[in-house]
Design a protein around this ligand. Structure first.
Ligand code: FAD
Ligand code: UDP
Length: 382
């Protein structure tokens, strides 16, 4: 039998790919990187549609980070196209900036009312502050502030979140709605990070360069169950945390999405990258890829997102559903995972059961290698 790989990496998304790259290129380890899908890149994968337009099959992926370390690391594998994502929300038929800001107020209310509400918000939070909707609701100690808090919660967050998560909004961890602040100013960017850019040639090209190394063997259409235990020495697992333990303590909750891709005439495209539809039945948002990719042509590719229940084996577990109960269950699995450390490490959005953005997945992978895997390799060699 041939010599086993030093490492099996399960899952070729950002987390698994970065771990594979660092182990192979940085630490001269032999790596088998598998994914049950037919491509690398996980949910960040992109490809061209029939007419050659670049699309993100698993929903819009906009890169942003405050970390120079993460941006510099990824810059080894891609050049960038600067891109600041802008989003609008359709509220009672009116498109307004999202995050909800003072311009949103002006578009939705008569001038005198908008001016009064803006003054109250600035007095309470300070100009250009970015409170969460929870901050706004708990600070609502006079009639005007209470009115704005209830209005934004009802029109922007409540119905969208009910569709997106399929659970009562009050059961969700506050960090979920806290991702999208209310802006007491004019800033209409969706993200405020220092680095905001798209990989110039797309994500698939970035992954191809990252994984192009003689010590990395990629095996696609390969679920973990198909790999012989004798084929590897140690493992990094990036799949769903509960799957690894065959849901012994109960199933962790995930949310899936059905993506409806369409091509439309450019004149029917969107004015900004994404338009959210909190009040529409069934779907949450529509994205027009030409803004993200910078591609121009007579038509453009769009995607509509319909959140759905996660049915294991039938659709993908795109989002961990974070609540007090799911944290408690995930903690049980994390304790089981820790008992395997030394042989198996768990990392990534699914295996950590955390709502990571792409940069956080990359950061998690880099620190796993530096803090745990490199020391384990040194110990073995000693
Ligand atoms: P994943 O990308 O989920 O990769 C895990 C891989 O493991 C998958 O490919 C899966 O097939 C594989 N796998 C699982 N189990 C097994 C098994 N048993 N055997 C073999 N393979 C297995 N982030 C941003 O920063 N900006 C955005 O704009 C953004 N938009 C998003 C939009 C949507 C709709 C979604 C769902 C996510 C978005 N994200 C965004 C988050 C981003 O997708 C994640 O942060 C990132 O993909 C996490 O990488 P990962 O490697 O941890 O997980
Ligand atoms: N959200 C909302 N209305 C919106 C936008 C966001 O209620 O118009 C809430 C919703 O619960 C969503 C969460 O804020 O799931 C995080 O939004 P984000 O845009 O970060 O979601 P993602 O891009 O990860 O799907």
């Amino acid at each position: 039998m041939s010599r086993p790989y030093d490492w099996l990496i399960v899952g070729a998304g950002f987390t698994g790919a970065v771990v594979a790259e660092r182990l192979a290129r940085g630490l001269n380890q032999r790596v088998l990187l598998i994914d049950r899908r037919d491509h690398v890149g996980g949910n960040a994968h992109d490809r061209r549609d029939d007419a050659g337009r670049l699309i993100h099959p698993y929903g819009p992926h906009v890169f942003h980070t405050n970390s120079a370390r993460i941006f510099d690391y990824l810059s080894r594998f891609t050049a960038w196209r600067p891109y600041e994502h802008r989003v609008q929300a359709m509220i009672d038929g009116q498109a307004v900036p999202l995050p909800f800001n003072l311009q949103s107020l002006r578009l939705l209310f008569p001038p005198a009312t908008a001016a009064r509400l803006s003054r109250r918000l600035i007095a309470a939070f300070g100009a250009d502050a970015r409170p969460t909707i929870h901050d706004l609701r708990s600070a609502a100690d006079d009639a005007d502030l209470r009115f704005v808090a209830d209005y934004v919660f009802d029109k922007v967050f409540a119905a969208y979140s009910a569709k997106q998560w399929g659970v009562a909004v009050d059961d969700l961890d506050p960090s979920v709605l806290g991702r999208v602040p209310v802006v007491i100013g004019q800033d209409d960017r969706y993200f405020t990070d220092r680095f905001q850019a798209m990989p110039r040639d797309g994500y698939a090209a970035l992954f191809a360069r990252m994984l192009d190394h003689p010590n990395i063997h990629v095996s696609l259409n390969t679920p973990m169950s198909q790999v012989q235990p004798k084929a590897w020495t140690r493992m990094v697992y990036c799949g769903p945390l509960d799957d690894y333990f065959e849901s012994a303590a109960g199933a962790l909750p995930y949310r899936s999405v059905r993506f409806e891709h369409r091509a439309v005439d450019v004149k029917d495209g969107l004015p900004v990258g994404t338009v959210n539809h909190p009040q529409a039945p069934g779907f949450t948002r529509i994205t027009d890829f030409r803004h993200l990719t910078g591609e121009r042509g007579p038509t453009t590719a769009t995607v509509i997102e319909y959140p759905t229940a996660h049915r294991p084996g039938e659709n993908e577990p795109y989002y961990p559903v974070l609540s007090e109960a799911s944290h408690a269950l995930a903690d049980q699995y994390r304790a089981m995972a820790r008992s395997l450390e030394g042989q198996v490490w768990f990392a990534g959005r699914l295996a950590d059961f955390r709502y990571y953005n792409m940069d956080q997945a990359v950061g998690r992978a880099l620190s796993l290698v530096d803090k745990a895997l490199a020391p384990a390799i040194s110990r073995m060699a000693a």
